[in-house]
Design a protein around this ligand. Structure first.
Ligand code: IPM
Ligand code: MG
Length: 358
């Protein structure tokens, strides 16, 4: 098959980890006789520096014309402590999600057995946990009306959802639940928020179309607690943009590290695949970032956008083999990791390629 992929590496470790993701795509193309062609595009701080905009038009045009997007990360510390900055790297990511209509963000949380000890949660609580988050991605307080009063002393961001936005993500989540353990947990804050009451009502309506799926509704505070207390009770979780952002960072600890979590952002057009981690400027350029989240994003791309299930499994199996061989980047290493198994980003990529060409 021929596929055209736009690589948007972005900022910080985004560059380092997508380089490995791309090598893995190349190895898969070779192994399975596919032809993958690539283009690159700018976003975030890198794009602001080059063009003045965090999301140049060209990036959108190239993305729309591609079969899939491999995304790195956006962000730069210089904006984090400057609340007055009007142009910010994150606007690039939010903008591309909106421009491409990528309303469903799938974040699978699955622990590789070898990493049981890398998590700060007890192994017996963790073992067997397997959760698929559906985070709504183009609505909520992220995109609602916001502003400040004239005196600058009051600010607001509006949490807003419309029925169709809840319906379409709920349907995707229920469909996924049907292919899994047929359990769905919808997370909201319906005891306080009107937008959450709409959310809950719509999810309840959609649930009637899926009588086989066991549905529960949790308030976000309780869900945050239950994720750590008993992660195995969850199968599919569907939630809004903000709650999903927060809960999936928390849930990354179930997978051992943020460096292990991939995501697929899908809608009605080109899908975008990215690690859930950020640009991590504290380790940028040191060559120590874990590339596995980017590689797992590649696996999601192969599976979801290209329908290449066997290829996707090959990638996941290669990760499994590398972990079984004891190789670790420093975020997933522990006291038992010998020095010669502690790898940097490129070395981890090298080990993966050895598996893929084997
Ligand atoms: C994520 C990130 C983004 C978000 C930031 C970088 C805008 O945290 O993808 O989870 O909040 O959605
Ligand atoms: Mg986040």
């Amino acid at each position: 098959m021929k596929k055209h992929i736009v690589v948007i590496a972005g900022d910080g470790i985004g560059q380092e980890v997508t380089a490995v993701g791309k090598q893995v795509l190349d190895a898969i193309a070779k192994k399975y006789n596919h032809e993958f062609t690539y283009d690159t595009a700018l976003i975030g701080h890198a794009a602001i520096e080059a063009t003045g905009s965090p999301l140049p038009d060209e990036t959108i045009t190239k993305s729309k014309a591609s079969d899939a997007i491999l995304f790195g990360a956006v962000g730069h510390p210089k904006y984090d402590n400057d609340p007055s900055a009007k142009v910010r790297p994150e606007q690039g990511l939010l903008g591309i999600r909106k421009a491409l209509g990528l309303y469903a963000n799938l974040r699978p949380i699955k622990l590789f057995d070898e990493l049981l000890s890398a998590s700060s949660i007890k192994p017996e609580i963790l073992k067997g946990a397997d959760i698929l988050f559906f985070r709504e991605l183009t609505g909520d307080v992220y995109f609602g009306e916001r502003g400040r009063t004239d005196d600058g002393n009051t600010a607001y961001d509006t949490m807003i959802y419309s029925r169709y936005e809840v319906e379409r993500i709920a349907i995707k989540a229920f469909d996924a639940a049907m292919t899994r353990r047929k359990k769905l947990c919808s997370v909201d804050k319906a005891n306080v928020l009107e937008s959450s009451r709409l959310w809950r009502g719509v999810v309840q309506e959609i649930a009637t179309r899926y009588p086989e799926v066991e549905v529960e509704h949790q308030f976000v505070d309780a869900a945050a607690m239950l994720l750590i207390k008993d992660p195995k009770r969850f199968d599919v979780v569907v939630t809004g943009n903000l709650f999903g952002d927060i809960l999936t960072d928390e849930a990354s600890q179930i997978a051992g590290s943020m460096g292990m979590l991939a995501s697929a952002s899908i809608g009605d057009t080109t899908g975008l695949y990215e690690p859930i981690h950020g640009s991590a400027h504290d380790i940028t350029g040191k060559g120590v970032a874990n590339p596995l989240a980017s590689v797992l994003s590649v696996a999601l791309m192969l599976d979801i956008s290209f329908g290449m299930k066997a290829e996707a499994d090959t990638v996941v199996n290669a990760i499994d083999a590398v972990l079984k061989a004891g190789f670790r980047t420093r975020d997933i290493a522990d006291v038992n990791t010998p020095a010669d198994k502690l790898l940097g980003t490129e070395q981890m990529g090298y080990q993966l390629l050895q598996q893929l060409i084997a």
